[in-house]
Write a new protein. Structure first.
Length: 245
């Protein structure tokens, strides 16, 4: 048995990030739990897992993204895996162009695109040092289809997917960069929203797998991408086959 691997999962106090952390822990990967605000939930999750650490950091802020990575490396002495999961949206009907103003674009891009970029930049020297680093970015079906909670959100996910390909092209052979693109997943984000409830009904009625995704489904796919040692620059859809209809 070699030294256990170390992962950072951004935005992991709830939902998909939380499921990824729990899946990694089950695989013996030591994981850093992160959130910008939900400190209590993050600390509780880290305390429930063997050798996990909680670090509060808003990854849309460059200095805090760097501190997240630096604290990880100070604590564990290495970083093998980065999962860029922290993301946000603002539901805006696509036809309401005026409602998707610059402040909506900036808010979403600051976290989804810049947050992913600057956390990755901070992590690269450490991932490279392991000789087999892995980055997994969390996109969305909205990144490749004309769908999603708003145009700025969908475009931010398309940017993440192209960033995945561009970085995969430059960071090999020491680092692989892949993405996972979930369809509708039941998380605190989607709970209690009419917008998502309508989509959920359609998903249950007409997609091949006839159910909404669970955070564990996405975690399983993230782990698969971490283990896909000859794949880089790929986006894995985790949508129950929704793209087929
Ligand atoms: P969630 O709201 O349950 O979790 C988001 C997490 O990010 C929380 O832990 C929150 O504390 C953290 N966070 C928020 N702002 C942050 C910041 N600035 N810095 C660090 N952490 C921050 O949401 P979720 O549904 O689990 O979504 C996680 C990812 O999955 C997002 O990137 C989202 O776009 C993507 N996604 C979700 C769905 C879905 O249906 N739930 C579908 C496709 C893609």
């Amino acid at each position: 048995m070699g030294t256990p691997r170390v992962a950072v999962v951004t935005g992991s106090s709830s939902g998909i990030g939380r499921a990824v952390v729990e899946r990694f822990a089950a695989e013996g990967i030591r994981t850093v739990v992160n959130s910008a605000h939900s400190v209590e939930a993050g600390e509780k999750l880290a305390a429930s897992l063997p050798d996990a650490l909680y670090v509060q950091a808003d990854v849309s802020d460059e200095e805090q993204a760097r501190r997240l990575v630096a604290t990880t490396v100070e604590h564990y002495g290495r970083l093998d895996i980065l999962v860029n999961n922290a993301g946000r949206t603002r539901p805006v009907p696509h036809a309401d162009l005026e409602a998707a103003g610059p402040e909506v674009w900036r808010e979403i891009f600051d976290l989804n695109v810049l947050g992913t970029w600057q956390t990755t930049v901070a992590a690269v020297p450490h991932l490279r040092a392991t000789g087999s680093g892995a980055v997994v970015n969390i996109s969305s079906v909205a990144g490749s289809r004309p769908a999603g909670s708003s145009v700025p959100y969908a475009v931010s996910k398309a940017a993440i997917e192209h960033m995945t390909r561009l970085l995969a092209n430059t960071l090999g052979p020491e680092i692989r960069v892949n993405a996972v693109a979930p369809g509708l997943v039941e998380t605190p984000w989607t709970a209690g929203s009419d917008f998502f409830a309508t989509i959920a009904e359609r998903v249950r009625e007409s997609t091949p797998l006839r159910r909404v995704g669970r955070p564990e489904d996405v975690a399983q796919a993230v782990l698969a991408m971490v283990g896909a040692t000859y794949s880089t620059g790929q986006v894995l859809l985790v949508d129950g086959g929704a793209h087929l209809i």
